[in-house]
Write a protein that binds this ligand. Structure first.
Ligand SMILES: NC(=O)c1ccc[n+]([C@@H]2O[C@H](COP(=O)([O-])OP(=O)(O)OC[C@H]3O[C@@H](n4cnc5c(N)ncnc54)[C@H](O)[C@@H]3O)[C@@H](O)[C@H]2O)c1
Length: 397
């Protein structure tokens, strides 16, 4: 197992305890370096700076899985990995709490106009006044997008004494005393603070613009820590300058600088009571640790028990922990009749199937079969030589 880019040591501990031999490097590797380094590596851990191209995958003849110890997976050629039967995992939810805590901090900061106040102090001006400063208890928070982050925000906000309303296009169960709103417009009519937590589906581009800001309550607050492309920041600027929106916090932007130290341009720069942060909602030490544990567990469960749960490119199958007998993981081309082929061979051997779990994903199918005793090498050979086989792996308890 090779871990690059200073992945949290909790991942090393987790994998070493499970019996893996782990090499940890603090930096990323170039394409040429990966090509030279990867033969002999079964599991690879990367973050966003290591690019896994088709050429790298061709050279990585022993590679079984890649763990992206981050949220995004754009740095990996997912299709090429799937074609080679290499599973890719990531950590889509490990930084949920970090985002929620930032948003809670922003709600209070904006309600107290802290950005403005701290700026004046830094400018050497003592300006003590309660004007425009409010407590948040008793105010109404409108959450747009009630998924992992939206629901957790809902719970923390209620604990602070806010009333919570939410709008989601999917049918989501209300947490605590939160109220589901029938439409975005209905939410905008009631909310003192609007916080966006929608996902990045293409249809969400520009869903929040001049029309939506105009429908928000006068002197309400606006927060976006979801996706930059969702909001028209020019329209937000106009509504802040007119005083209709009393403050805003933005963590994500339609165009974000690529590298550390790059200049940042936005129509929201220089406005009063506007918090701008460089996409750090999920960036905490705790989230890094959680990501380290989450992704290393996914890799471990894949390598030792054949679980592809939450894989982003292979059919996702989550079999129960393997406590007795044997297991066969069979990744194959998704054509009719493969399951019958597996079961006929096992029946011929007289194997007692105790559980079977399967899923398909595009061109691929994956079936995990639990048997009361390990399957004979002859049967394994027959299955492995099927023209539809991508790989066949036996596991034992
Ligand atoms: N700022 C950061 O650093 C940071 C960190 C993590 C996640 N995020 C972003 O936060 C967002 C939410 O993350 P999550 O894990 O809660 O996602 P999620 O998929 O769990 O939840 C998204 C919710 O939004 C709903 N939704 C989608 N489009 C909608 C629309 N137009 N109107 C109303 N509801 C809509 C979905 O039905 C879903 O319930 C994502 O865009 C994610 O990329 C940002």
């Amino acid at each position: 197992m090779l871990l690059l880019e200073n992945i949290h040591t909790v991942a090393v501990d987790n994998l070493e305890k499970a019996g893996f031999e782990v090499e940890l490097l603090s930096h990323s590797l170039s394409e040429d370096e990966l090509v030279a380094k990867l033969p002999g590596v079964a599991l690879l851990g990367i973050r966003s700076n290591t690019h896994i191209t088709e050429r790298v995958l061709d050279a990585a003849t022993d590679l079984k899985a890649i763990g992206c110890f981050c949220i995004g997976t754009n740095q990996v050629d997912l299709t090429a990995a799937a074609e080679r039967g290499i599973a890719v995992f990531n950590a889509p939810f490990s930084n949920t709490r970090s985002v929620v805590e930032l948003v809670i901090a922003e709600i209070i900061s904006l309600a107290r106009r802290l950005p403005e106040k701290t700026q004046r102090m830094h400018d050497g001006i003592w300006d003590k006044s309660a004007k425009g400063s409010h407590e948040v208890r008793g105010r109404t928070l409108g959450i747009v997008g009630y998924g992992n982050i939206g629901t957790q925000l809902s719970n923390l906000a209620e604990a602070l004494g806010l009333y919570v309303i939410f709008y989601d296009i999917a049918d989501r169960l209300a947490h605590g005393n939160a109220r589901r709103m029938p439409s975005l417009d209905a939410l905008l009519e009631e909310a003192d603070v609007v916080s966006l937590h929608v996902d990045g589906r293409p249809g969400n581009a520009g869903i929040f613009g001049a029309e939506q800001f105009a429908k928000m309550k006068p002197r309400s607050l606006f927060i976006n820590a979801s996706r930059g492309m969702v909001v028209d920041n020019e329209a937000l600027r106009e509504h802040i300058l007119s005083g209709h929106i009393a403050g805003a916090a933005l963590d994500v932007f339609p165009i974000e600088p690529k590298a550390q130290g790059d200049p940042f341009e936005s129509p929201l720069r220089g406005l009063d009571n506007v918090i701008l942060t460089p996409h750090v909602g999920g960036s905490t030490q705790e989230a890094q640790e959680e990501i380290g544990y989450f992704v290393s567990t996914k890799l471990k469960n894949f390598a030792q028990e054949g679980s592809t749960a939450l894989s982003v490119n292979l059919p996702a199958v989550q079999p129960p922990p393997l406590t007795e007998g044997g297991r066969l993981g069979f990744l194959h081309v998704n054509v009719p009749g493969v399951l019958a082929e597996v079961n006929n061979l096992l029946a011929t051997e007289g194997a007692n199937v105790t559980g079977q779990y399967l899923a398909t994903h595009g061109e691929l199918g994956y079936v995990v079969t639990d048997v009361s005793a390990p399957v004979s090498p002859e049967t394994l050979d027959k299955l492995a030589s099927s023209p539809h086989t991508k790989w066949l792996r036996p596991y034992t308890a």
